[in-house]
Design a protein around this ligand. Sequence first.
Ligand SMILES: Cc1ncc(COP(=O)(O)O)c(C=O)c1O
Length: 500
Amino acid sequence: MASSSSTAAETPSSSDSSVPQAQPQQQQPASTRPVNASAMASDPAHPKKPINLLRGWPSASLPPTAALSAASQRLLGNPSLATPALLYGPDPGFEPLRGALAAWLAEFYGTPSDVERVAVSGGASQSVACILQSFTDPAYTRAVWMVAPCYFLACPIFADAGFGDRMHAVPEDEEGIELAVLEAGLRKFAEEDGGGKGGGENKCFKDPGPHRKLYRHVIYCVPSFSNPSGKTMSLRRREGLLELARRYDALIICDDVYDMLQWQPTTTTSSSSSGEGADLNKALLPRLTDLERTLGPSPHDPPGKTFGHAVSNGSFSKLAGPGLRTGWTESAPDLAYGLSQTGSTRSGGAPSQFAAAVVYELLVSGGLAAHIRDALRPAYRRRHGLVVEMAREVLGPLDDVFGGYFVWFRLPGGLKADEVAKRCQAEENLAIGTGGLFAVQGDAGGPRFENEVRLCFAWEDEADLEDGVTRLGKVVWRMLHGKPMEVAAGGAGRGLDELK
Ligand SMILES: Cc1ncc(COP(=O)(O)O)c(C=O)c1O
């Protein structure tokens, strides 16, 4: 499977500026306009095959094409499903999928099944945009707090909603988000607002109406197998985060898109062996919205309503294929319903109605669970093992259960990721994710991650993945030692493992 060799810009360029542009943009020739954020700016004349370890996509060889084809055939052959699938639908989404999803999520997360908590979305990205449309107001919502390093494509969604100059980085340590930093920031705003009791600037552009409410803050995180750091937030940090959100009227948007992609690492670098025998068909930790179920109403809920302070943002992109553009949210029922009342959703019902119906067939046939268990987890476990094996010297100890798409590490010898990436591109035709890409956009004082690198092990096939890490190892070696790596007789380059 070939990497893209599109001429599209690789890193956030002028097109990613979070500063509003007052003057008309100069027309770019169509051929030079970026078509997506992770396409590789590759020289077609380069003698080496392009390899893209930046792109955070599932490998083109992995989507369950045959099972999706069968699901589509079954759907279209059954008028009781095909007819609604091809019409406008209900605001909270295709009813059969909502029901099946509620049961499937309850099974994985070990929670009671409740369809009223589930709404179908157009995937996690589109869902964040709808959540912000419905539950924030740039005049009322004070700030967006983002765990840093962050999923870089979330930043423009917050900027589009009016928060371009109000995104704040909150660092993470081995247990996840640093609560003391977050709390200090939230407290500062509360003091400005008169003890959090509604003083300060309260003028709103939006009327939330009877089914929605506006939150004072938004917190964005990827609690399990984070993009980009691969880290998983501990239970006590999850509990502490929820407590802060309930105190300061914040909505925590959790991109729970990697939860089901988990495995035990193939290597022995785990910090302990307590993960032995973990049931990988069950979530290891509760979602924040699950934790909130036991806490009762929040002091910030309007009378008679329970919106809560956490929404789980799920997606079929990493499980079945991003082209489906279908996902879900799970949250307190009033928030789920309020979200379904977003204007663009009310005009015709939840997005991706047809794709949602195909996914329904895939889910109830057991095909999706089988695909995750028998195809995705083993493939990603092998790929992850390859990268870990070759980068043992620079990766810290791994958790007992690892998952997601990415490894993140600090380059040795104080090397700057931007310099390494430039040389990888020029000398090896290799794209890597530089740490700076994952800094919170618009927060000039936040961490810059200049020495960090993210590698995606999901996109390239195993041979190219191995080759890509070897090429990166050679570049790093040359930069550290000022001469090419000497390869021992009989051994190919061993990637980052050779670095010392
Ligand atoms: C954390 C995170 N959220 C959201 C997305 C995008 O999800 P979707 O395709 O459902 O919009 C990604 C994809 O890389 C991701 O890593």
